[in-house]
Ligand binder design. Sequence first.
Ligand code: NAP
Length: 313
Amino acid sequence: MESIGVLMMCPMSSYLENEIQKRFDLLRFWTAPENSGFLETHRNSIRAVVGNASAGADARLIDTLPKLEIVSSFSVGLDKIDLGKCKERGIRVTNTPDVLTEDVADLAIGLMLSVLRRLCECDRYVRSGKWKSGNYKLTTKFTGKSVGIIGLGRIGTAIAKRAEAFSCPIKYYSRTKKSDVTYKYYPTVVELARESDILVVACPLSEETRRIVNREVMDALGPKGVLINIGRGPHVDEPELVAALKEGRLGGAGLDVFENEPYVPEELFGMENVVLLPHVGSGTVETRNAMADLVVSNLVAHFAGEPLVTPVG
Ligand code: NAP
């Protein structure tokens, strides 16, 4: 294949770098010194951008690259890509759906168990030697708790299936009522939160869903309620979350994502009813390699003039 410039926005997988390098001219954006004119130098050779959940292709980048044909995201979420701009320019977009669904759903259940049973806190208790001075306090049962899901898509459904195995009644909110499930549908997030012990965010980030979990929702979830966020940080009003936890208006939270990653509100660090993860929903070797294979398959298909494997739109 002729030399095709593929711009990778940030480090995401050394396996992916190797696989791209075997087939294309890989340009690592993060290795270029600031103000080095890197994009200016390569603007006419870059025909593909590979982004992820933290760095994608915004309007400014797209405008800088006149030969850009495809943006292939190493993520299922598309919130870091200016989709309108891509459409306007006829730039194709791909993502990595399905292959990460199970890992993210597994992690959501892990967070529920970790928050309710205080697994991380218990671990710290043993390591610090405190056990020798007395047993750990009692925690809260997970089995049978009602689980409300915002966004019953691929990941939301996989979470629901897992939670069902723990005898949890499942409820959900999304823009449309799903005809293929028997879970109870709620037309607003506040109503869903009021009826849930655990509220899980599993919808895509858009202007509509930004801060979909606000103060009213947290208050509806209540002092015994637990919020799990495996969607995107900006889904939750973070200052309100800190306040609700501090004031005991919310029972706990399990968070894989944050508004300003990798910066996390430090007020959360001392709270034992909170579990904080560094955005690792899809972070297993198996899944990240499968995601990398999908990115490469899409790029290869595109430049061979074949149908994309996982096109967006
Ligand atoms: P999906 O299959 O497209 O499901 C999205 C669901 O959200 C659909 O049920 C959709 O139903 C609902 N939805 C869309 N817009 C909504 C809105 N405005 N209000 C309420 N519900 C809405 O996507 P997925 O594969 O499950 O992925 C979901 C999200 O998870 C991704 O976009 C990504 O941000 C996040 N994610 C996070 C990680 C991580 O590492 N933590 C990993 C992977 C994915 P309706 O169309 O009926 O509204």
